[in-house]
Design a protein around this ligand. Structure first.
Ligand code: ADP
Ligand code: MG
Length: 717
């Protein structure tokens, strides 16, 4: 036999035995191509099989672990369809349960009378009769230590939990030799008290106990931050070189005279900062931060005008199609009125249109040239080239992440960069995340804004809330309802997510049941048959999302139920009621963002924080909701957020969407909550680069960082 190819982290999943084209395609749907991707497919939650319950106390909505003694001999029943049924009874102190397995006669001998098993599955109850159908059965003895936390993976069609777990285990085994070499320098690992990468990977997938899970997670979070910090520092180095287009002569009056309002002092200051930067030959790297609704867009328009007046082009990139359209709709008339040619380029622009736009951007003929392009990350694709790039603006920066930012500035050489964000980030964090950016704050709202009255309520208020929804809609308003996580498989009672594992490894008493967006939107539709309820979640394709969002923006839909995807700058001035379900699961800054979705028009607006059962227990939870009720300043809220939620408390990490909002997309890490690890990793990364700027001594690290940044660039083009 020829020598087997060397298997590395970059090998495709098909090197695993049993993974053929079909399963590879299923993995592909989850974004998994290589063994490395597979190992980084961390569980979305864990079944808590260590949480042994009596039959009488089994969860109603989810699966439970019960310890039962077999009481009757298993019988095989044959159905006419030639299917078979294995059936027996088993009991605990609280009752007896009928257990059935379909088409698995061979299990007959597995369950002799008197034997004891840990059964895991859904316990159905009809009166005093319990039944379990095809539970997982593990022989139970006092001494045998069965695993308590079993991983639950995000799946796609054509995969099973078992297969994923097995493939991951095989992948780790195959790579075991390579895994002995830890990419992290030993002195850092020792200084920070981190476990090895191999240990961390093993225990995140198959934790021996909750403590191990915490230890494992800490290492993996550190790695995510560390590699990010290395990559960010390495890619940003170029940005201070001279060679930027000097944009000195500027006259904003043709723009400002068209506005129906006067700029606020804060807007004037921000624009002043921007124009001063753009007059230099060092490219501007500035972030404009200001609460939702403070008027950042017009500042961007002023910067774009400045670029064009100096013979340059400007691009404005928004994270979603709908936002790009909104900007185009708002800005194009203002700019066109001054004779500035504006084009819109998004994923849904037709090929013919795209060709024309690309030509208009690339031509040197000033008569044909497009001066301003507004779009989505379609702007980053190959072939979109500017003949005279002058300024790049990104809106709602936190959705892009630093990797895209790197790509953007790379693509446009020495263009000035203006980044706009509505996420107020505490200073300590901003330094780490955006250390390379100068910051202008818009800390003043346009006059006449109404405050969004905020209330924290619990389930007992539900009927009154429904009445309130009705009243708002009858008055012509629209309603947002935001729920936490939505997964293909809903989180069930009895499951443990990282949210439930506290920093000392203990588990939260009783995870609060979640309002799942899907079911909840159905419930609401049933409750309000006279209105249209639409549903939006993060796993929808972006075209689909935009479509739903548009029906809401157009007023066809009165109630929009969603996960946090609406958080980003969408403007529906008619929306006047924001309801956040399981508000205790959201970070304060995030609640503040959500609240900013309403109160954008003339309607009196409200934000109702609905607290899940048991959710408001404890000082912190109460203090947090109280902060929301009494504080309306995004910065104050962000600082509080950081102070109140210790970095050890993984609140909110169970939901990918929530995790994103902190500023970056990481698999496990949460920039808001894991702030100590973030700070450590960043300072370690800087120190390391100080000694070895190209990581020549650390080829493994260098490769990871490279892959991290390249992969992302490839994904977005
Ligand atoms: P954001 O900072 O969230 O992007 P926008 O730029 O979308 O905010 O502005 C929100 C709204 O406020 C827009 O309708 C805009 O026309 C309006 N606006 C902006 N600046 C002022 C101002 N100085 N006075 C009154 N209204 C303003
Ligand atoms: Mg905006």
């Amino acid at each position: 036999m020829a020598q087997a190819a060397i298997i590395t982290e970059q090998s495709p999943v098909t090197v695993l035995s049993g993974v053929g084209p079909a399963r590879a395609a299923a993995y592909e749907k989850l974004g998994i191509r290589t063994l490395k991707d597979l190992i980084a497919h961390y569980p979305r939650a864990y079944e808590n099989r260590g949480d042994i319950r009596l039959l009488s106390e089994a969860y109603v909505d989810g699966k439970s672990a019960v310890i039962l003694t077999v009481a009757t001999e298993p019988k095989v029943l044959r159905l006419r369809s030639r299917k078979t049924f294995l059936k027996f009874r088993a009991f605990d102190d609280s009752g007896s349960c009928e257990i059935t397995y379909f088409n698995q006669d061979y299990l007959k001998s597995k369950f002799p009378i008197g034997s004891v098993f840990r059964f895991y599955g859904k316990v159905e109850r009809a009166g005093r009769r319990y039944t379990m159908s095809s539970p997982i059965a593990e022989a139970w003895t006092e001494s045998a230590s069965l695993p308590t936390l079993c991983p639950i993976y995000r799946m796609s069609d054509g995969l099973s939990q078992k297969q994923i777990a097995k493939d991951i285990a095989t992948a780790m085994e195959l790579l075991a030799a390579a895994a002995c070499i830890d990419p992290l320098p030993l002195d850092i690992r020792e200084k920070r008290g981190l476990c090895t990468r191999a240990f961390a990977q093993r225990h995140i997938h198959d934790p021996e106990n909750p403590q191990m899970l915490v230890i494992a997670r800490r290492r993996l979070v550190y790695d995510e931050f560390f590699e990010f910090a290395l990559g960010a520092a390495m890619t940003h180095k170029r940005s201070k070189q001279s060679g930027a287009p000097i944009c000195k002569s500027v006259d904003l009056s043709p723009l400002l005279s068209q506005l129906p309002y006067r700029l606020t002092g804060a807007q004037e200051r921000a624009i002043g900062d921007v124009l001063r930067d753009m007059a230099q030959d060092v490219p501007m790297s500035r972030m404009l931060v200001g609460d939702v609704g403070c008027g950042k867009t017009v500042c961007a328009a002023a910067a774009m005008l400045c670029a064009v007046q100096n013979g340059r082009q400007a691009a404005l990139m928004a994270p979603t199609e709908i936002l790009a359209q909104q900007h185009y709709h708002d800005l194009a008339p203002l700019l066109e009125a001054i004779g500035i040619r504006c084009v819109l380029l998004t994923g849904s622009t037709t090929a013919a249109q795209k060709r024309k736009i690309k030509e208009a951007l690339a031509t040197n003929d000033p008569k044909k040239r497009a001066d301003v392009v507004i779009g989505t990350h379609a702007l980053l694709s190959d072939g979109v080239d500017f003949s005279a790039p002058g300024l790049v603006v990104t809106d709602e920066q936190h959705r892009f992440g630093a990797r895209q930012r790197a790509k953007l500035s790379e693509k446009n050489g020495h263009a000035h960069l203006l980044v706009m964000s509505a996420t107020p980030i505490p200073r300590s964090l901003a330094l780490v995340l955006y250390g390379d950016l100068d910051i202008s704050k818009i800390d003043e709202m346009p006059p006449g804004r109404q405050r969004v009255d905020t209330f924290a309520v619990d389930e007992s208020y539900r009927e009154r809330l429904n009445g309130f929804i009705q009243k708002q809609i009858e008055d012509g308003g629209q309603v947002y309802v935001v729920c936490p996580a939505v997964e293909e498989q809903e989180e069930e009672e009895g499951e443990v997510t990282l949210y439930d594992v506290l920093s000392d490894g203990s588990l939260r008493d009783k995870p609060a049941p979640l309002k799942a967006a899907v079911t909840f939107s159905e419930e609401l539709q049933a409750r309000f048959p006279q209105y249209k309820v639409a549903f939006l979640h993060g796993r929808m394709k972006s075209a689909e999302k935009d479509k739903v969002m548009k029906t809401f923006a157009d007023g066809e839909v009165q109630i929009l139920v969603s996960t946090t995807v609406i958080e980003v700058g969408v403007n529906v001035p008619n929306a006047c009621l924001m309801i956040v379900e399981n508000a205790e699961r959201f970070g304060l800054s995030q609640l503040h963002q959500l609240r900013g979705r309403v109160g954008r028009g003339t309607r009196k607006s409200y934000c109702i924080l609905m607290v899940g059962e048991g959710g408001a227990r404890g000082e912190t939870a109460r203090a947090r909701l109280e902060t929301m009720r009494t504080t309306y300043d995004g910065y104050a809220i962000a600082e509080q957020d950081l102070a109140q939620r210790g970095p050890g408390d993984f609140l909110g990490t169970s939901d990918g969407a929530i995790r994103q909002s902190g500023g970056l997309t990481f698999r496990l890490a949460n920039a808001g909550e894991d702030v100590t690890i973030l700070t450590d990793a960043t300072s370690d990364a800087r120190a390391l680069l100080g000694e070895d700027p190209t990581l020549s001594e650390y080829p493994l690290l260098a490769r990871s960082v490279q892959a991290l940044f390249d992969i992302d660039a490839a994904l977005i083009s």
